[in-house]
Every structure is written in structure tokens, then in C-alpha cells.
Design a protein around this ligand. Structure first.
Ligand code: DAH
Length: 343
């Protein structure tokens, strides 16, 4: 039986249709119509079994030739089409590969956190552990056990937030942590820093916030002297501000230390020559410190005849303000990226 199919005709017609195709949807339709299972060429090749031996050879050869020609033409058209579609898309402007990329907003640490972490690292090298102490305190820990009895005029130094629960307050300084750590560690020697938030019922101004960080320090042991205090704090100042910076200690008063001092560092803005940042003095006040008062040692469980210690307290935000010449402490909590992204 002869099959009435003209492969030459089919090749001519289908290949002409293919040349006109420029989109992949039409191309797929063409593939199904001309190379699919029920397309004329493939269907004709499917009938080979019904042909006589002599017919089968010539018909099969020509049929396969035609099929291959269609397949090759299809591959070429597919390539041409996808290239044409890409060019069209680019021209339509859906993607401009030459446009500069959009920069991603990158997070970073808050300037106060950066200073805190530098302080931690410096004291860690000197063997100080970090001790976390509570923000909500009792009157006793915040004042009484630190040698500040009720009605003592020294309480005027700290304007306190009282809660509705009697004697429960927000800590005005990190010093009450000294009592907690001593009671926990006694009679072991202690070398800790106590960072954290403090709260004061104050007018908010460029120089004072109602909440701010402090970093307290405490060393307790046998034979600790004022020389250890000065050596440790001078090493700290050199590590934070540079080895060339000079320091000085001025006597001061805190109820929980005896003797007490303030440590100043040479103004690193003007190298001690005098400028607006140091108010022409050449010195910047950095922290309060002193030898732990015998009463405080005793309140922590240590016998002051056997043990001694030193303590200090600093405001890392104030230090950050000095280092970066930040003029207003309110920026720290204002959450304004224009401020934050500068650090
Ligand atoms: N607690 C003091 C304050 O808030 C700072 C301070 C001064 C802490 C001297 C100390 C110290 O441990 O020895 O103003």
C-alpha cells in the first residue's frame, strides 16, 4: 500500500512557516503540529509496518530525512527566537543591566554599644569578668548598703525614680551591683565590671538623660592598694584613648569609697592645650573611683581588716560624646539614622 504523502511539499510548507516565527509560543505550536505524535511526518513514519519490504526502505529513508530536517530547523529557530525575545525585552527596558546597583542599607552597632564593647575588651584583658546586675533595686541596695543612710545629704546627688511599691526604685547608678557580687562571691577575690542602664528623675537636656549607661568596676582581694587602682585605670585610659594620653587623679568624695577620686584624661581633642570641649582646662573628667569603703566591704561580707578593694564608675555615653564630639546626649535614644549612620 502506498501512502499519499509528499515529504518535499511538507518540508517546504512547514519550514516557510518556521522562518516567520519570532515568539516561543508560536514556536511550540509549530513543534506540536509538525513534530508531535499526530503530525503528518511522524504519523506517516508510524505506518511503516503496513508497507511492503521494498516500499518500506525508500519511504522510511525519506521520512526520517524529512523529520531530521524539521528537527534541525526547529533547534535553529528556537535559538533565534530566544535571542530575539531577549533583545526585545532589553529594548523594552524591563531590565537595564547598565544601571548602577541599589545599595543595601547595612546595619551597624550603636555608637554607645561600640564604646561599651571596647571597654569590655580592655577590662577582659586585665582579667575582669562582666557581672550583670538588676535595673530595679531596693532603697537598701541602691543607698543604704553603699553607706548612704536615709536622710544623708549625699542622696541629693541622685534624683530617684520611686515605684508604687515602697522601697523599690530604679537604680540611680550601677554601684548596688557591688553588694550583689560581693555577697555572691565572698570570700573569693573579685575582679568584675558591671555595665548597665541607670535611671534618674532629671530634666532631660543636652547633657542629661533620664536613662543612661554606666560601667562600674570592682576589685576585692588581699593587699589591694590605691596603686592598683591607679595602675589599672591608667592602663585602661591608655588602651581606650592612646598610650600618649596623660591622666590625673583629683580627690573627690563618694560615700562608698575612702579615699575617693576623679580620674581626668588629657583632652584628646586639643592635646591638653585648651578648647571648648575641655572648657579650656586641657582635661576631661572620665570617671569616679576610690578604695572600697570598709563599711561597704563589710556589707558585702568581707572583713575589712583582711580584705581591701577599689571601685570605679564611668558613663560610656559621656565618653562616646567626648570621643566623637557629640553635642547632645539625646541623640543616643532619638533613633535617627542620620545620627546613627555616622558611626
Ligand atoms: N556611683 C557613682 C555615680 O553614679 C559613680 C562611682 C564613683 C562609682 C566612684 C564608683 C566609685 O564605684 O568608686 O555617680
Amino acid at each position: 500500500m502506498t501512502i499519499a504523502i509528499d515529504f518535499d511539499q511538507i518540508e517546504r510548507d512547514t519550514l516557510t512557516a518556521l522562518t516567520a516565527t519570532t515568539d516561543s509560543a508560536t514556536l511550540q505550536k509549530w513543534r506540536i503540529a509538525n513534530l508531535g505524535r499526530s503530525s503528518p511526518v511522524v504519523a506517516a513514519l508510524g505506518t511503516l509496518g503496513t508497507l511492503s519490504k521494498e516500499e518500506r526502505r525508500a519511504f522510511g529513508q525519506r521520512g526520517n530525512q524529512a523529520k531530521q530536517a524539521l528537527e534541525q530547523a526547529f533547534e535553529a529557530a528556537a535559538q533565534r527566537t530566544s535571542q530575539a525575545e531577549l533583545t526585545r525585552d532589553l529594548a523594552a527596558g524591563s531590565l537595564d543591566v547598565t544601571a548602577p546597583g541599589r545599595r543595601r542599607g547595612r546595619g551597624r552597632l550603636h555608637p554607645a554599644t561600640q564604646t561599651l564593647r571596647r571597654i569590655y575588651a580592655i577590662f577582659a584583658e586585665m582579667g575582669f569578668q562582666i557581672y550583670r546586675s538588676r535595673d530595679v533595686e531596693t532603697d537598701e541596695f541602691n543607698f543604704g548598703l553603699l553607706n548612704i543612710p536615709p536622710h544623708h545629704p549625699a542622696r541629693d546627688m541622685w534624683d530617684t525614680f520611686y515605684t508604687t511599691t515602697p522601697n523599690v526604685i530604679l537604680r540611680t547608678h550601677t554601684s548596688p551591683g557591688q553588694i550583689h557580687v560581693m555577697r555572691e562571691r565572698c570570700p573569693e577575690p573579685i575582679r568584675v565590671i558591671l555595665p548597665g542602664m541607670c535611671y534618674r528623675y532629671e530634666q532631660i537636656t543636652a547633657r542629661s538623660e533620664i536613662q543612661f549607661y554606666q560601667v562600674e568596676g570592682l576589685a576585692v582581694g588581699r593587699h589591694i592598694t590605691m596603686a592598683d587602682l591607679k595602675g589599672t585605670l591608667t592602663a585602661f585610659a591608655h588602651a581606650l584613648f592612646g598610650p600618649q594620653v596623660r591622666t590625673r587623679f583629683r580627690s573627690d568624695h563618694f560615700p562608698f569609697t575612702e579615699p575617693s577620686a576623679e580620674m581626668d584624661v588629657e583632652c584628646f581633642v586639643c592635646d591638653g592645650k585648651g578648647c571648648p570641649v575641655c572648657k579650656q582646662s586641657g582635661w576631661l573628667e572620665i570617671l569616679g573611683c576610690g578604695m572600697v569603703h570598709p563599711v561597704v566591704l563589710e556589707n558585702g561580707g568581707y572583713d575589712p581588716r583582711e580584705f581591701s578593694g577599689f571601685a570605679f564608675g564611668m558613663g560610656p555615653q559621656r565618653i562616646t560624646m567626648l570621643m566623637h564630639k557629640i553635642e547632645d546626649i539625646r541623640y543616643f535614644f532619638a533613633n535617627d539614622v542620620r545620627f546613627l549612620e555616622q558611626f
